[in-house]
Design a protein around this ligand. Structure first.
Ligand SMILES: [Zn+2]
Length: 449
């Protein structure tokens, strides 16, 4: 394939947003140059005022494939991703069956993914109660790192770990050098808080929120930081919801502990005050907290204590959301958001004086670094020619047509957001443009060079 140039007045590079051209040679970026430096007689696509961002990377997705494809699946999740400006998804090891806790389970996932992906993918491996002997063989099989739960994950096929089991696993994790992503909530404070709640009030959002108190997260993070100090493993806290943890995370980083942190668009956009009773579409764990907490999370993100933003896209069949009963106790906890995460973030970020360069760092480079992908998440020479073309000036109302994942339910339906994904390119090929998917599903498992 010959050299092509993609022009825009707003090319989002790690150094800044500037007019220029992304020169693409086959599947890779040759360079990012000024428009004048584009060699004559090259095929040119000029996007004008539309921004060209790096293809986004989502390091926290539940595709549920194989095994629970009635919840989601590679095909629908990756379509939603392409429509949302993402070019790489890293799949969590649970909700699929089998859980990705062994090399053979990862092989089953590869079979399920074949020829069905609209964007590239990778997998995290599980650290569960009884797979310690598999941990060190998983990196060679292809996982990007590991995920564990300190609390019951709410689904069969994947077990939580106790502190004792985690201590058995950690020396293995350390030897791999890969990160361990942890769902940081402890059962003790949850049980204690739940015991004190009035019966018969589980239709109230407040009841759900109080059943999973800040202290459940805080106690888990305290434990993890002390284990990190002891074992020196690469710790990553997934979906941080309580801003009360920021001081200890800031101190941990100051101390030089190898810890990184993510939060999600729903914690940065939604607030407990606005969640109606019975509105179980908003249920996720840890829960969405109050507006004041949201602003503190934004401060943590801006100062860099929170490294990145991942969706925790976690869909389920609509019936499992128990929307008719409005019962927060039995409803599935998970929010589906892949195709609208960028506009959600752009809407909030631009209202706070942040811009595309921040978004590219939080939703491109940060997650790519976590997953060890050296060819994704940046518009720079040698990287995959993955990009997302975004009309940041246009607003829209989220409707079912824009969701693209299997079950078109989401707490964002009806919201007015800013930033429309106009096109997505994967390794130099247009895979999505103006509401349509183009060509074939060319997404593959990311392979290190
Ligand atoms: Zn998750």
């Amino acid at each position: 394939m010959s050299l092509r140039a993609f022009l825009s007045r707003r090319v989002v590079t790690p150094e800044g947003v500037r007019p220029g051209a992304v020169l693409v040679d086959g599947a890779r970026i040759r360079d990012v140059v000024s428009a004048e430096q584009v060699p004559a007689d090259r095929a040119i696509r000029d996007f004008g005022d539309l921004a060209i961002l790096p293809g986004l990377v989502d390091s926290h997705v539940h595709m549920n494939d194989p095994g629970r494809t009635d919840w989601e699946g590679f095909q629908t999740a990756t379509r939603a991703a392409a429509a949302g400006g993402y070019t790489l998804l890293v799949d969590m090891p649970l909700n699929c069956l089998p859980g990705t806790n062994t090399a053979s389970a990862l092989e089953a996932k590869r079979v399920a993914a074949r020829d069905r992906c609209w964007v590239d993918w990778m997998a995290w491996g599980g650290v569960v109660a009884d797979n310690q002997e598999h941990i060190e063989s998983l990196p060679a099989a292809g996982v990007a790192g590991f995920k564990c739960f300190l609390v019951h994950p709410g689904v069969d096929g994947f077990t939580m770990v106790t502190e004792k089991q985690l201590r058995t696993a950690l020396p293995h994790v350390v030897r791999t050098g890969l990160p361990l992503l942890v769902h940081a909530e402890l059962q003790g404070p949850i049980d204690e808080a739940t015991a004190g709640l009035p019966e018969g009030t589980w239709d109230a959002y407040r009841t759900y929120m109080e059943s999973r108190p800040d202290e459940a997260e805080l106690a888990a993070i305290r434990l993890l930081l002390s284990l990190c100090r002891e074992y020196k493993f690469r710790l990553h806290i997934v979906h941080l919801a309580t801003a009360d943890a920021l001081p200890m995370l800031r101190a941990a980083r100051g101390e030089g502990l190898p810890v990184s942190v993510e939060t999600c668009p729903h914690y940065l956009h939604l607030t407990a005050e606005k969640i109606a009773d019975g509105a179980t579409l908003f249920k996720c764990a840890p829960p969405i907290r109050c507006g004041e907490n949201r602003e503190k999370l934004w401060a943590g993100l801006r100062e860099g204590t929170i490294d990145l933003v991942a969706t925790d896209h976690s869909p389920c069949p609509p019936a499992m959301k128990r929307m008719e009963e409005g019962d927060f106790r039995s409803a599935w906890g998970g929010i589906a958001s892949l195709s609208v995460a960028l506009p959600v973030m752009y809407t909030e970020a631009s209202a706070r004086g942040c811009g595309l360069i921040d978004i590219a760092r939080w939703m491109g480079e940060g997650p790519a670094n976590l997953a060890g992908c050296r060819r994704k998440g940046r518009l720079a020479a040698g990287y995959d020619a993955d990009f997302c073309v975004c009309d940041t000036e246009r607003g829209f109302v989220v409707n079912e047509e824009r969701l693209h994942f299997r079950h078109r339910i989401s707490p964002y339906l009806g919201e007015r957001l800013r930033g429309v994904v106009k096109a997505t390119y994967l390794r130099g090929e247009m895979v999505y443009a103006d509401g349509q998917f183009c060509g074939k599903a060319i997404g593959v498992e990311y392979a290190h060079d």
